[in-house]
Design a protein around this ligand. Structure first.
Ligand SMILES: [Zn+2]
Length: 96
């Protein structure tokens, strides 16, 4: 199954041109406990609904960007460059 993803640089393209980079995560604070650090590194929300994710246009401009995708329908309501993300999401870590 394929769907369209709008690259912020290239416009709408088949999803086959992109690679998934995972859902965005929050960095653990410098004073985090071992448990908090492990949770930040290894646990994901895995939501059924809208989630913000990292994608890379692997077969195109090779740029990393963020996409808001519905995990059930694969509908993408918004894509944007990391520097254009809302301020409340700035603490989220980049993909490994
Ligand atoms: Zn692109």
């Amino acid at each position: 199954m394929t769907f369209l993803i709008t690259c912020p640089n290239c416009g709408p393209r088949e999803a086959l041109e992109f690679s998934f980079g995972g859902e965005t995560t929050r960095r653990a604070s410098p004073s985090a406990t071992d448990r908090e650090l492990a949770a930040a590194l290894y646990f994901r929300r895995n939501v059924n609904g809208w989630q913000t994710e990292w994608w890379v246009h692997q077969s195109g401009c090779r740029a990393w960007f963020l996409a808001e995708r519905h995990t059930t329908t694969n509908e993408i309501r918004r894509t944007y460059r990391p520097q254009d993300r809302p301020r409340d999401e700035e603490q989220e870590a980049a993909p490994a």
